[in-house]
Write a protein that binds this ligand. Structure first.
Ligand SMILES: Cc1ncc(COP(=O)(O)O)c(C=O)c1O
Length: 393
């Protein structure tokens, strides 16, 4: 098996191609006069078209109306009161158990107080990076791998973290400890910080670290899903390899999938090769029973995908796969694979049974995806200390 050799060579492969997105043509609106747009509801239907932009127009037009004169002016305690009432109404499946903010210099367990300043450049400029780590059985899974990645992303985004790596690590572990969460996830952000509403953060006094602990006890679903090819353009490599908060393309791609009854939309890179999903990597089992993944030079370097590459060596030893390769993957190859899977900390391993109109393999969940799913769950529960950080509750 050429697995680790191929893998490390692929990781260091120079990023020698740049994506070429075709120039987009902007439609001129003939009905914009004297700098004002006519109200949408008065536009003739024929002008609105039936594509996604008309859906967006319909969304803009569908908001409820409020008389501006009735908008109250609130003092600080009324703001808190209203936030608390809203939070009670919002009660979803997830519970937010603790939040750390370097701006406050502390941890709060009151969800109402889990706020980020409006003048934080992460909020109004998207100048922030983030990462996650799963919490399982009271251990943080792959904390160090995710920590390395957020620091790499911060450096790409020219954000100098407010603390050194070890301090950030200790703050994250303490936040989980205070939350008492044993099953869920930890999310954290490094931001250019608050200070003003300029473009550059040069006037901001300090960068910021925020972290939140989210309780989620629902088990990972391993049922087969359908994917489509994304029509939303992929981010260029410089931004696709940085885990920044600029996830609008990812969000639109996921929404496009949902509108099509699919689980995710798969991006192709600038050269038409298979890239990744909106919050997951992709892998294939070829007809030659090889585990095949796209290289990480133009997509996010997934911590789960990299761990899967290691764990898959065990399947190789048992003869369940014949090799592991990282290289460019064509759409034709991907669609002709025996198995396809989505890989990421949010999904673990999710078998893909259909891509666009093409069934993958026999259209059922494949045995290798199942074995890799079991291997990663096992790793989360009893893997080595390099991937499991105990939380001292
Ligand atoms: C664009 C993108 N690709 C891949 C991944 C998978 O990365 P990981 O396995 O580290 O969660 C993510 C995760 O959020 C992502 O956002």
């Amino acid at each position: 098996m050429a697995s680790s050799l191929t893998f490390s060579r692929a990781l260091t492969k120079a990023n020698d191609r740049h994506s070429d997105h075709p120039t987009r043509i902007t439609r001129q609106f003939p009905f914009a006069r004297h700098g004002r747009l006519l109200p949408l509801r008065r536009l003739p239907r024929a002008l609105m078209g039936s594509n996604s932009s008309s859906r967006a127009e319909a969304l803009i037009d569908s908001g409820s109306q409020v008389a501006a004169a009735d908008v109250p002016v609130l003092d600080g305690s009324e703001v808190i009161q209203r936030m608390r009432a809203r939070r009670e109404d919002w009660q979803g499946k997830q519970q937010f158990l603790a939040m750390y903010s370097s701006i406050l210099g502390g941890i709060t367990t009151d969800p109402t107080a889990m706020l980020i300043p409006m003048d934080d450049h992460m909020v109004h400029r998207g100048h922030g990076v983030f990462d996650t780590a799963a919490i399982m059985d009271g251990f943080l899974y792959e904390l160090d791998q995710h920590l390395d990645r957020i620091l790499r992303s911060a450096s790409m985004a020219k954000i100098r973290p407010p603390f050194d790596r070890e301090t950030i690590r200790q703050i994250l572990i303490r936040t989980v400890s205070i939350s008492k969460c044993r099953e869920g996830s930890l999310r954290y952000w490094l931001s250019a910080g608050p200070g003003n509403f300029q473009l550059s953060c040069s006037g901001c006094p300090e960068s910021a670290l925020y972290a939140i602990v989210i309780q989620d006890q629902s088990p990972f679903d391993s049922g087969g899903v359908k994917v489509i090819t994304s029509s939303v353009p992929i981010k260029p490599p410089q931004f696709a390899t940085t885990k920044s908060v600029n996830y609008l393309p990812n969000v639109l791609s996921k929404m496009e999938a949902e509108e099509d009854g699919a689980f995710a939309a798969i991006w192709l890179d600038g050269d038409g090769f298979v890239a990744e999903g909106p919050n997951m990597n992709v892998g294939f089992i070829t007809r030659e029973r090889e585990l095949l993944m796209p290289c990480f030079d133009k997509i996010l370097s997934g911590c789960t995908a990299k761990r899967v590459l290691n764990l898959a060596e065990g399947l190789g030893k048992k003869g369940e796969i014949r090799g592991i390769t990282l290289r460019d993957v064509t759409v034709e190859e991907g669609k002709a694979a025996e198995e396809m899977m989505l890989i990421g900390s949010g999904v673990l391993i999710r078998p893909v049974v259909q891509w666009d109109n093409q069934l993958i393999g026999d259209g059922k969940e494949g045995p290798v995806a199942r074995a890799l799913h079991d291997a990663i769950v096992e790793d989360m529960k009893s893997g080595p200390s390099s991937v499991r950080t105990p939380v001292p509750y």
